[in-house]
Every structure is written in C-alpha cells, then in structure tokens.
Design a protein around this ligand. Sequence first.
Ligand code: C2E
Ligand code: MG
Ligand code: MG
Ligand code: MG
Length: 288
Amino acid sequence: RAKSAHSGEPCFYDSQMDDAIRERRELIADLRAALDTESFELHYQVQAALPSGEISGYEALVRWRHPTRGMVPPSEFIPLAEKSGDIVPISIWILRQACFEAALWPNRHPVAVNLSPIHLADPRLVDTVRSALEDSGLPPERLSLELTESAIIHDRRFALGQLKALKAMGIAIALDDFGVGYSSLDVLRSFPFDRIKLDSSFVAEIERDDQAVAILRSVAGLGLTLNIPVLAEGVEQPAQLSIVAREGCSAIQGYLIGKPSRTLAEPDRVRRTMSLKPCVVDDGAAVA
Ligand code: C2E
Ligand code: MG
Ligand code: MG
Ligand code: MG
C-alpha cells in the first residue's frame, strides 16, 4: 500500500493485498464485538463408548453467528483470534459457557472443551477454570479439556505444571488430533493424558488404506499398553465403526452417531446407530 501511494502507480498486487488486510481487520473488529453481542454459541457432539454404545460425554464446539457472513467456522476464526491476541477472552467465555450449560443438562455426562495453546500458556488459566466450576456448580469430574500437541511443545515445563494443576482439581485432559502433530510418543510418555483422540484423517482412510488400519491398530494397542483410552474421531460410516471397534478403540465420535448440535444426542438413538449393520460380534469380526 505504502509503495503504490509513494509512486502514485496503481498496483494490482498491492490493492489485492489491501483488500485482504482490510477484510482481516474487519473480521478482527467483528470478533472483538462478538463477545458483547453474544454472537458465539456452543454446539455439542456426542461421544460414545465401545462396544456398549453408552454415551461417554459431549464435546463443545464453538460457532460464530456473524451479522453478515452467517456462520463462521472455528477453523477460520480461532486461528485469527489466536494471532490477533483476542483468543483468551473468547476462550474464557467458551469455558464458562460450557460449564454453565452442562451444569443444567438433565444427564450427568462430562463436557469436553477445546483449549487453545495460547490459553494453556496463560498463568491465570487454573484460576479461570476453578471459578468456572465454582460459579456454575459443575463438578470437576464432569469437565475435560482437549489439547493438541502444539499446546505443549513451546514451554513444556510450564505446560506440564498447568496440566498437573488442572488434573489435581479432578479435570480430565485429552490429547486431541493425535497422529498429525509432532513428537507424539514422547508427549504421551511425559504428559498425564486421560484420553487420546485419534485424528479423523486416519479413520477417513481405513476402508481403503491398510496402512491407516495398521496405524489405528497400533495406536489402540499403545492406548491399551499405557492404559489410556483411545477415541476415534470422525466416524461417519457403519463400516468405519466396525473396523474401529475391531481394532480396539474405546470410544468414537463422528457424524454417524451425531453431528454437533444445540440439542444433545439421545442415548437410545446413539445406541441404535452403533448396533447398525455391519454389526460387531464378540470375536471382533464384522458381519456383513
Ligand atoms: P476438533 O476439536 O478436532 O473437533 C472435531 C471437528 O471435527 C469439529 O469441527 C467437528 O464438527 C468435526 N467432526 C466431527 N465428526 C465428524 C465427522 O464424522 N466427519 C467430519 N467430516 N467432521 C467431523 P469444527 O466444529 O468445525 O471444529 C474444528 C476445530 O476447531 C476443532 O477440531 C478445534 O480444533 C477447533 N475448535 C472448535 N471449537 C473450539 C473451541 O471452543 N475452542 C477452541 N480453542 N477450538 C475449537
Ligand atoms: Mg476437540
Ligand atoms: Mg480432533
Ligand atoms: Mg481438529
């Protein structure tokens, strides 16, 4: 922008960049206003245990109702808020909202909340979580936090201290998107995770790709050995469910049993979907 202003020449690339920068600035301004205008909402996606089909919890997934753009997905505005320095207040809202809503659920299932790496690095996080629980009345056993490996690679000692303090409160910690990050195995050894969530990209390929099945099997085995339950993310098809169950995963999440929604998935419906054909029999083989 500065260059073309100096030379007085119109420059295609610069004006295009101008647009991108302006749009980004606008979006950041809108993001800052969004908390005041109550434009965020949480949707909940069911998680269910294998092989019982019992609901094991619901993951809170944030949505932004933008005044003109409609629904902006978290994959667009969370990274933006992380870069613009606005993530912490948004993340605090998400945490508190999830606790207050879950405290009112007719069931006593846990709620899983995704935690930004930047919020994990905030020294006030433990106090924030404690007040969210106290103010909402949600017991700590009903809250779990989902973290990706990127949250712990920067300042490992500090991250470990935070996780230990949270766990000491009775909160569970899940390792999200496992398999698509950095030093997975080392991270598993040094951090007190209560659950591993295997990234959906592995599940997406298991019907066509033997390597994906082999990885799924290894991660499930690793979970068994380390005594950490493994949840498979992104299960969409009955055939994927039967493979995931056969290979020893402890739980699933995915469109097959429920999409993220304002209303909680019904236990009966989830159980019924999970016993769909091809059904899983005791020896682990799938019956077509
Ligand atoms: P994630 O935590 O791994 O969440 C799972 C994402 O996969 C969600 O996308 C969910 O809607 C989607 N998903 C679930 N089952 C299926 C399936 O069967 N098929 C397919 N194709 N997709 C499925 P969503 O809601 O768009 O969120 C994307 C990511 O944004 C999340 O990945 C998480 O990293 C981040 N995110 C979402 N909500 C929050 C939040 O409240 N706070 C933070 N910090 N991050 C969030
Ligand atoms: Mg998650
Ligand atoms: Mg994930
Ligand atoms: Mg993800």
